[in-house]
Design a protein around this ligand. Structure first.
Ligand code: URA
Length: 221
């Protein structure tokens, strides 16, 4: 019988990484029982005052999509349109994200859940600050516990670095499979960055193909 790593070999995933190289640990769910139900989580985010962003945001933006999705997409933080509408990735970057998902036969809401590291908009779209990331982290962890995704796709430098707790450049984080809380994680460029840097779309396509191959292998194994 083929092992999981044999399947990766079959798929032509190079020697850069293998599941066998990634330490196996018990799943997140078996380590930490979820602290929240979905209703409690939505309520907590809606009323959160854990960081200063609650004074400037319109509303907390929890996430959108299939709550039993295999795919969890994580961006940085809500922008102006997301803050107004209460849904992640609804602006120009969101349109490109939808196109990126469509390119690998995925649709928002169908086996896909989309959220951000921060649930509240930083004013003027400034970068998230460390205390804000720390204050929001329990919500992201609770989402992962509830969803139990098979794979995380981290969008952009900020999401990748804060999830992987590293300051390595995104160019070095791409192209291999990491783990966040034992969930395989693939890094790609943020759609807002791609809107300004069209040549990197080809690299993003490679990342999406890696994510898709990884998911296929995880499902097959
Ligand atoms: N950029 C993000 O990182 N998240 C959003 O929800 C919108 C834009």
């Amino acid at each position: 019988m083929l092992s999981r790593d044999d399947v990766f070999d079959e798929l032509g995933i190079g020697p850069v990484w293998r599941l066998r190289d990634i330490p196996a640990t018990p799943s997140l769910a078996s380590q930490v029982p979820s602290a929240y139900t979905w209703d409690q989580l939505a309520d907590a985010v809606a009323h959160c005052t854990a960081c200063k962003l609650h004074t400037t945001r319109t509303q907390g933006v929890l996430g959108v999509g299939d709550r039993t999705a295999d795919w969890l997409i994580i961006g940085e933080a809500p922008g102006a349109e997301e803050d107004a509408r209460g849904e992640p990735f609804v602006g120009q970057a969101g349109k490109l994200l939808d196109a990126m998902l469509a390119a690998i036969d995925l649709r928002r809401g169908d086996n896909v859940y989309i959220t951000n590291v921060l649930k509240s908009r930083p004013p003027g779209n400034r970068n998230p600050e460390p205390d804000e990331v720390a204050a929001c982290r329990p919500y992201l962890l609770a989402q992962i516990e509830l969803i139990q995704p098979k794979l995380i796709l981290a969008l952009g430098r900020f999401a990748a670095q804060s999830l992987l707790d590293t300051d390595e450049a995104i160019s070095r984080l791409r192209g291999r499979v990491h783990r966040f809380r034992n969930v395989p994680l693939v890094v790609t460029y943020h759609p807002a960055y791609l809107l300004r840097n069209l040549p990197d779309k080809a690299r993003a396509w490679e990342d999406l193909c890696l994510a898709r191959r990884t998911m296929q292998a995880l499902i097959t194994a």
